[in-house]
Ligand binder design. Structure first.
Ligand SMILES: CC(C)(COP(=O)(O)OP(=O)(O)OC[C@H]1O[C@@H](n2cnc3c(N)ncnc32)[C@H](O)[C@@H]1OP(=O)(O)O)[C@@H](O)C(=O)NCCC(=O)NCCS
Length: 182
């Protein structure tokens, strides 16, 4: 399958490589970024960054997950990540997840990354539905999804476990038809 670079106006989505590990550590090691990411190890080490880079390669090779580094075109370094996991070929859906370094918050970076991954999801992978699962207190994330045209479909009561505690999460989804109609 043709991958792994996708060029936007301010960012590129690309496959992370070992030389990106220090840059990944910078944002993934920030507690503010990790706060609502239950799968992100905390504290985060350089070894975690290398493990993630390896994981992204395996996911792509096995067609089970597609994770990309968000590269800032001007700064020429990885400043965040976005990816698809839980890819369900039978029902043609997948879950999207994302984060960006705090210094770049509110600059439209993840909006642009989301558009690129939606294009990849619906056009390249031919998915029918893309969804996201968001902690009920993660206002930034659900406002972002609202703005990009995702629909809040409901609440999974105690649907996720953050630092040992169950909490409610919102399910957001976008259908292929909604993507095309925007
Ligand atoms: C959530 C997150 C990914 C948003 O990324 P971002 O690049 O800052 O988002 P954008 O700049 O593209 O914002 C797009 C819209 O989302 C909403 N939004 C983003 N951050 C917001 C915030 N802190 N408060 C309220 N609304 C916010 C706004 O509507 C914004 O549009 P506007 O700036 O024109 O008003 C970022 O805050 C982050 O990395 N958080 C930590 C990781 C995380 O929680 N990931 C999501 C897990 S589900």
């Amino acid at each position: 399958m043709k991958l792994p670079v996708s060029n936007g106006k301010n960012i590129n989505l690309r496959t992370p490589v070992p030389s990106d590990a220090e840059d990944i550590l910078k944002y993934a090691g920030d507690a503010a970024v990790a706060r609502f990411l239950p799968l992100m190890p905390h504290p985060y080490t350089l070894a975690d960054a290398h493990a993630w880079i390896k994981f992204t390669r395996h996911g792509r090779q096995k067609d089970t997950a597609y994770d990309f580094g968000i590269e800032h075109r001007q700064h020429k370094r990885i400043i965040g990540g976005i990816g698809l996991k839980n890819i369900n070929r039978e029902d043609r859906n997948a879950e999207v997840g994302y984060c960006v370094a705090k210094e770049f918050w509110r600059q439209g970076i993840v909006s642009e990354a989301l558009e690129l991954i939606l294009r990849f999801s619906f056009r390249t992978l031919r998915l029918h539905r893309v969804y996201a699962v968001v902690h009920e207190k993660n206002v930034a994330s659900f406002k972002l999804l609202d703005k990009r045209g995702f629909v809040r479909e409901g609440t999974w009561r105690q649907g996720s476990r953050f630092t040992g505690r169950y909490c409610d999460v919102y399910a957001y989804g976008m259908l292929r038809s909604e993507y095309k109609a925007r």
